[in-house]
Structures are given as C-alpha cells and as structure tokens.
Design a protein around this ligand. Sequence first.
Ligand code: DC
Length: 224
Amino acid sequence: MRLNIAMDGPVGAGKSSIADAVARRLGILHLDTGAMYRALGLKALREGLDPGNEKDIVALCGRLDLQVRMGENGQKTLLDGEDVSSLIRTPEVSMAASTVSRYAAVRKRMVALQQELAAGQDMILDGRDICTTVLPDAPLKIYLTASAEERARRRWLEMKEKNSPETLEEVLRQVRERDEQDMNRPVEPLRQAEDAVLLDSTELTFDQVVDRIVGMAEAIRNGH
Ligand code: DC
C-alpha cells in the first residue's frame, strides 16, 4: 500500500521536525507545506505588497516561481531560483504566510502543487489542511497539538538559541495570534479531521511522538 502520512496541527506543535524524523526513520520524503505559503509571504514583503490585500496577493501567486526540492538532508525551498529556506523562518514572514494563506485562489494553487508532489511517492506532508483537503484519503492522518503555552515555550527556546530577542510573552502572543487567524479563516481553516489520530505532545518527548507515528505507519505498511 502507498504510504502517505498526512499531518496537521497548530503553530509550534513541532510538526516539521517530527515529520522530518519520521521520514528519516521510514525512508520516505517529507514535504513541509508551510514553507510554500512562507515563500509567497516573503515574496509579498520583498515586493512591498500588503499581505492583507487579496487582489495583489492572488496576482502575485499567479506569477510565483516556486520550487520545492525534497531530499535526505531536508527540504530546499527556491523562490525565483534562490534558496530561501532560512529566510522564510522570521516572525514577519510567519505572520505574512498566515495572512496570504487565507485566500481561496492561493490555497487552490498550493494544494494542487502539493497533490502533484505527493502523487506516486511515499511521503509525509505537514500543514494545516493536509488531512482535510490535500490528502483526505491518506491511510494515516494525524493531528499533532500541544497546549499554547508549551508550543510557545518550545518556539521561544528555539529562537533563543538563534539569539532572537523575543520574550516568552511575545512568542506566546504571536502563537495565539496565528492560531486565531489559522483556525478562523473562512477557507479551509485548521481543524482536526474526523478520522485523524489526535496526538497531544504536551506531556510527550520528541522521541515518544516520533515512535508513536512510526509505529502506526509500520503497522499500515505491514498490512495490519
Ligand atoms: O507550518 P508553518 O508555520 O510553516 O505555516 C506557515 C503558515 O502557512 C501558517 O500560519 C498557515 C499557513 N499554512 C496553511 O494555511 N496550510 C498549510 N498546509 C500549511 C501552512
């Protein structure tokens, strides 16, 4: 059976690093779909466009030169041929990505691209609408979450390592702001698919979460 794993969850739940580790253990690829919305957000900021202006952003998305290369050493996101994998990780780009992802025409293009990338290969995809829209027939669907406080704490620790000056309170405020926007947008808001397995990682270690997902995936691979 084709092994596609769909994983959704709110900001800071650890989806991307968990998905990376799961992909390595299973020997499959990982597509971080958030990076695609981030690339569009970065392009908007670079062109001086307001991410809140739907008309401008939809037009920009129509002429977006975006490539995603997945490999053993992680994903490279190319914008106009430039590797922007690190540049898309700033708080400004995070918020811009969340804003541009509200538009139906943007989502339609990104979802089509993601479905094209996932067709024909075993892969784990993480995002906000993977279980509900991108791969509703995936044999394994996971909703990974943790409390807002814990997600903010993890993100803050990560940012501190990169010498980012944000306080824990600021990071918690950003997490809540993005949750609010991602969960309440009119088009494909973040929600747990009815048939997705809920994994709350608040009390679990990174390795415990990875082990659980790998265990479920192996059971599917072995036909159980
Ligand atoms: O997963 P992330 O934080 O890198 O995603 C950045 C933003 O992109 C997120 O706030 C909402 C949006 N997004 C989305 O709407 N659908 C996805 N499948 C992935 C991300």
